[in-house]
Design a protein around this ligand. Structure first.
Ligand code: GLU
Length: 478
């Protein structure tokens, strides 16, 4: 069996987002599961729409996610030709003219203005003109057109059924009567997507074309080109949509979800977590487990398990998966990672002891969903904080704690060593003396010492806030 070769073929019209990452990822998993190659090719024929920096940014984010290509314009293999369509214009042109010679294509001299006039004439007759009227197929004044610019159009057979066996959808049928004679080479000499994509897939010996469902309507056109050249078609697979909570296609306008990979990266999501969650969009493993590494995904990938219905992008699930991956980090990686997200405008760590800072950050290792969230927890360790209205309310529901807090204050202020052990002893002594346990003991103490009703291990937190600040906190509330 030929080596599997799959590709991700972005147009450099934008940045890496959840949708195109899913396409890249599925191709990566599919290829690597079968020991094949994952190729990235740049489809930049739509020159006006190209966005500066988009290619570099896509490669950078793919590398970060761990879906680096085996071949690309940065790692080319000579026999497969160029990995960027803008470098292949001559080849497309040559092949478009070959199709004219073989009788599969023809020159079309109609200008956009003429096409518009023709459409209006048809519409006036009540005909909705969706297809090219084939004027140039039967033109008798070809001599007069000589030297004028022309498009090359593919001559679509009148009524032919085209079938594909789609990996995701099974058998799909198209009738060519729905298609107009489409342009394969524009008058400026540039090939269109439907033409270039076929030539590239053949040149690169692509075995499987896995892409988003928005391309399914292009597929019959591409099949016609394969057949005109007598080339073997690849296997096609069209992945179902990723939708947002409102069931609309996920986009940069989707309210609750972030769209671009760079946004996740900036907020402190882990590449492993994005890889993990995006692999579960439109594909699912057997069983209930949801946390998998890249290697596990490669191993268990199975093209029979693509989902046939749209998948909803769930931001809560994304956060949960990131949280799981953050919990899995070893302490030193967690510390190195989290430090990058501390907001230096709010928290000046430059003058702080590194061991102390590490201990503070580790308090939240089991809590953080993503890196930037660390900033929600640091105020109490760095700044003077006021107790919130909500916490005041909670405090007002508690009773009979005043004397206990007085004793706590005395006990803590007498400590020379302000460490977890000693603090625990004081807490347990005041608890015994005032006959308080559980919430009745810990809630008032937590509120008075940390100005908050929630938080990680109490004695450790008190010790890391430091004696001076804790004493101030208690005094300001008493
Ligand atoms: N360049 C196309 C896109 O960005 C991909 C087409 C394909 O995979 O065939 O959507």
């Amino acid at each position: 069996m030929a080596k599997f070769r799959l590709r991700y073929a972005p147009s450099p019209t934008g940045f890496l987002h959840i949708g195109n990452t899913r396409t890249a990822l599925m191709n990566y998993l599919f290829a690597h599961h079968y020991g094949g190659d994952f190729i990235v090719r740049i489809e930049d024929t739509d020159i006006e729409r190209n966005v500066e920096g988009a290619i570099e940014s896509q490669f950078d984010n793919m590398d970060w996610l761990g879906i680096s290509p085996d071949e690309s314009f940065l790692k080319p293999v000579a026999k497969y030709g160029e990995y960027m369509q803008s470098k292949k214009f001559d080849r497309y042109k040559q092949l478009a003219h070959d199709l004219i010679e073989k009788g599969f294509a023809y020159k079309c001299f109609c200008t956009p203005e003429e096409l518009q006039v023709d459409r209006e004439v048809q519409e006036a007759k009540g005909i909705v003109a969706t297809k090219y009227n084939r004027k140039c197929l039967t033109r008798t004044d070809l001599k007069e057109q000589e030297g004028k610019p022309y498009n090359i159009r593919f001559k679509v057979p009148d009524e032919k059924i085209i079938k594909i066996n789609d990996i995701v959808r099974g058998e799909v049928e198209f009738n060519t009567k729905e298609l107009g004679d489409f342009v394969i080479l524009k008058s400026n000499g540039i090939a269109t997507y439907n033409f270039a994509v076929v030539i590239d897939d053949v040149d690169m010996e692509i075995t499987h074309v896995v892409r988003g469902e928005e391309h399914i309507s292009n597929t019959p056109r591409q099949c016609l080109i394969y057949s005109a050249f007598g080339w073997k078609e690849p296997i096609f697979g069209h992945l179902t949509l990723i939708v947002d909570e409102t069931k609309k296609k996920l986009s940069k306008r989707s309210g609750n979800a972030m769209f671009f990979i760079s946004q996740y990266r900036e907020q402190g999501y882990l590449p492993e977590a994005l890889f993990n969650y995006i692999s579960l969009l439109g594909w699912s493993p057997k069983g209930e487990q949801e946390i998998f590494s890249k290697e596990e995904f490669v191993k268990m990938f199975d093209e029979a398990r693509f989902s046939k219905s749209p998948s909803t992008f769930d931001m809560l699930k994304m956060k949960w998966i990131n949280h799981q991956w953050m919990k899995k980090m070893d302490e030193s990686s967690y510390l190195e990672f989290t430090k990058k997200f501390i907001d230096s405008n709010r928290f000046d760590i430059s003058k702080k002891d590194n061991d102390w800072l590490n201990k503070v950050l580790l308090l939240f290792k089991k809590e953080l969903e993503y890196g930037e969230q660390i900033n929600n927890h640091l105020d109490i360790f760095f700044n003077d904080v006021a107790i919130s209205e909500q916490t005041k309310k909670t405090l007002s529901t508690l009773s009979d704690y005043e004397n206990m807090i007085k004793d706590l204050k005395e006990g803590l202020s007498s400590l020379d060593i302000f460490e977890e052990e000693q603090i625990k002893t004081i807490i347990s002594e005041v608890g015994k003396k005032h006959n308080k346990k559980g919430k009745d003991l810990f809630m008032p103490i937590r509120i008075f010492t940390t100005a908050s009703e929630h938080g990680p291990e109490l004695a450790k937190t008190i010790s890391l806030i430091g004696k001076e600040k804790v004493m101030n906190n208690i005094s300001s509330l008493v």
